[in-house]
Design a protein around this ligand. Structure first.
Ligand SMILES: [Zn+2]
Length: 117
């Protein structure tokens, strides 16, 4: 019995792929020869799943706090803060859309992180 699977690159949807070892969680990594990017079909950590970063940004723009987002998406609060800080650096339009009150909340969440457990 031959088992074949149609694996496509999530970036360019091409099938010119090469296996590229395994992650530390024994998940097959692949390399796309067309767009020269690496990817995995599944991820061990929820925060790495495609679309999670976009959800974090959307929820922030809709007024959700860092802890809200972490609770709803089942990811660590520090991951949420990290994604938002990276977005602030790379997207110059992002700071104008969120209020400075949210930025203060970043610092508060980092300080009280140990208390929550
Ligand atoms: Zn590709």
């Amino acid at each position: 019995m031959i088992h074949s699977e149609d694996v496509r690159c999530p970036h360019c949807f091409g099938n010119n792929l090469q296996k590229n070892g395994k992650s530390c969680n024994s998940i097959q990594r692949r390399y796309c020869k067309s767009c020269k990017k690496y990817f995995q079909r599944e991820y061990f950590y929820i925060a790495y799943h495609p679309g999670i970063k976009e959800k974090i940004i959307d929820m922030t723009l809709n007024g959700s706090g860092v802890r809200d987002i972490g609770r709803v998406l089942h990811i660590n609060n520090n991951t949420v803060v990290s994604v938002l800080k990276k977005t602030l650096k790379t997207n110059p339009y992002f700071p104008s859309k969120i209020e400075t009150g949210n930025l203060d909340e970043f610092e508060v969440d980092i300080r009280f992180e140990g208390e929550m457990k």
